[in-house]
Design a protein around this ligand. Structure first.
Ligand SMILES: Cc1ncc(COP(=O)(O)O)c(C=O)c1O
Length: 363
C-alpha cells in the first residue's frame, strides 16, 4: 500500500522518526539510571506500548481504567494509573486489572484510598499506591511537606494497599525559558524537601515518579526523581517543538488531508476539530491549529467540525481540489483519540496500520 492509497483525513506516523524518538529516550533513561514508564495516552496502541517495553520501559502509565484494560495485551510488567480512581465501577475495574498485571495507582486523599483498600482486601490482593504531590500545576496532589507526610502515614495504615512512593506531574512548566528554569529550580527544592521529610521518618520512597515531555531531558537534574512518565515524546507535536524539547524533524505524526475547496485567499481542507481537536498552542497566544509541512507561509487559523480553514497568507494560489497536504498538529494526544486507526509510513510506503485500541476509553 502506498500513501496515495490512504483515504483522508488520516494520521500518519513516520516510523523511522518514531523509532529514533523512542531509542533516544530509552538511552537517556538508561544513561541516567531512571525508570522509564511512558504514558500511553499519546498513542493508545498496545503494539507501540509493547515496543516501548521492548526498548526497556519498566511498565506503562494510563489515566483511566478502561484505557488500561484496552492496553493489557501489551503485557505490561507494571501498570500505573496516574489518575485518582474514584467510584465503584472504576474500583471494580481496577481490581480486575490488578488480577491480570501488577497495578499501582496515584492518589491524593484518604477518601480516594480507603475504598480501593477495602476492595483489594475483599479480593485478597494488594494494590500499589503513590502519594500524589502538587508541585505547581494546581490540578491534583497535596502540597509537598507535611501534607505529603500525613498522606503517606495514612496510606501506610490501610491494609490492602502497598505504599510505594510519590508521584507528581510538572505540567505547569511548558518551556525552559528563564521563568521555566526558575520553576524547575522550585520543583527541585520541592522534591528535595518532600523526600527529606519522609527519609527523616524512615520512609524512603521506593519510587519518585514524575516528568513530562517538555522536561524529559532535564530529568537527571532532579536528583530525587527515579521514574519518568513522558507520553508525547513518542511522536512529538508543535507544542513539543515550542517547548524546546525536540526539533521540527522529530515530529513523527502528521495528519494527511485533502484540499476540498479553494478561493483566491484560502484553501479548505477535509479536517477540522473532529480531526485535529480544538487545542490551541500551549505556550503561545497564536491561534493556529497545525503547521502545513513544506508550506511555511500557510496559516491554519480556523476550524469547523469537518472543515479546516487555511489562509494563503501571501503565498500564491497554486492549490486545487484534490491536492493533499500533511499537517503537524498542535497536540497529537487528543488528535489520536479522534481516530479509529493510524498508519505507519516509510517515505511513500505504508508499512503498518494500527487500531487505536484505547481511543474513547474515558471511564
Ligand atoms: C499524570 C501525567 N503523567 C505524565 C504525562 C505525560 O506528559 P507529556 O504529555 O508531557 O508527555 C501526563 C500528560 O498529560 C500526565 O497527565
Amino acid at each position: 500500500m502506498r500513501l496515495s492509497d490512504i483515504d483522508t483525513p488520516a494520521v500518519l506516523i513516520d516510523t523511522a522518526v518514531m523509532e529514533r524518538n523512542l531509542a533516544r529516550a530509552a538511552e537517556y533513561a538508561r544513561e541516567h539510571g531512571l525508570r522509564l514508564r511512558p504514558h500511553i495516552k499519546t498513542h493508545k496502541i498496545p503494539a507501540l506500548a509493547r515496543r516501548q517495553i521492548e526498548l526497556g520501559a519498566c511498565g506503562i502509565t494510563c489515566a483511566k481504567t478502561t484505557e488500561a484494560l484496552a492496553m493489557l495485551s501489551c503485557e505490561p510488567p507494571d501498570l500505573l494509573i496516574a489518575y485518582p480512581v474514584i467510584g465503584a465501577q472504576k474500583i471494580a475495574r481496577l481490581i480486575e486489572l490488578a488480577r491480570r498485571a501488577p497495578v499501582t495507582v496515584s492518589l491524593d486523599s484518604v477518601d480516594a484510598a480507603r475504598p480501593i483498600a477495602e476492595a483489594a482486601r475483599a479480593a485478597g490482593i494488594e494494590i500499589g499506591v503513590l502519594a500524589e504531590m502538587d508541585v505547581g500545576l494546581r490540578r491534583v496532589g497535596v502540597p509537598p511537606g507535611e501534607p505529603v507526610l500525613d498522606l503517606v502515614l495514612a496510606l501506610l495504615r490501610l491494609n490492602g494497599l502497598r505504599w510505594r512512593g510519590l508521584a507528581f506531574y510538572p505540567g505547569h512548566i511548558k518551556t525552559l525559558d528563564e521563568s521555566g528554569r526558575a520553576q524547575l529550580g522550585s520543583l527541585r527544592e520541592a522534591l528535595w524537601s518532600a523526600v527529606s521529610l519522609l527519609k527523616e521518618r524512615g520512609l524512603a520512597p521506593e519510587i519518585v515518579s514524575g516528568g513530562s515531555t517538555p522536561l524529559l531531558w532535564e530529568s537527571h537534574t532532579l536528583p530525587e526523581l527515579n521514574e519518568i512518565r513522558p507520553g508525547t515524546y513518542i511522536f512529538n507535536d508543535r507544542n513539543t517543538v515550542l517547548s524546546g524539547a525536540c526539533a521540527p524533524a522529530d515530529c513523527a505524526a502528521t495528519v494527511l488531508v485533502t484540499v476540498v475547496s479553494t478561493a483566491p485567499d484560502r484553501i479548505i481542507i477535509d479536517g477540522g476539530s473532529k480531526t485535529f481537536s480544538s487545542d490551541r498552542l500551549a505556550s503561545s497566544s497564536e491561534a493556529t491549529f497545525g503547521e502545513v509541512v513544506g508550506h511555511p507561509l500557510l496559516r491554519f487559523h480556523k476550524m469547523n467540525e469537518e472543515h479546516g480553514f487555511i489562509s494563503l497568507n501571501g503565498a500564491p494560489q497554486s492549490f486545487r481540489p484534490g491536492d493533499r497536504l500533511r499537517i503537524v498538529p498542535n497536540h497529537i494526544c487528543v488528535a489520536m483519540n479522534l481516530h479509529e486507526r493510524v498508519y505507519g509510513i516509510q517515505g511513500d510506503e505504508v508499512t503498518a496500520e494500527w487500531r487505536v485500541e484505547a481511543r474513547g476509553k474515558l471511564q
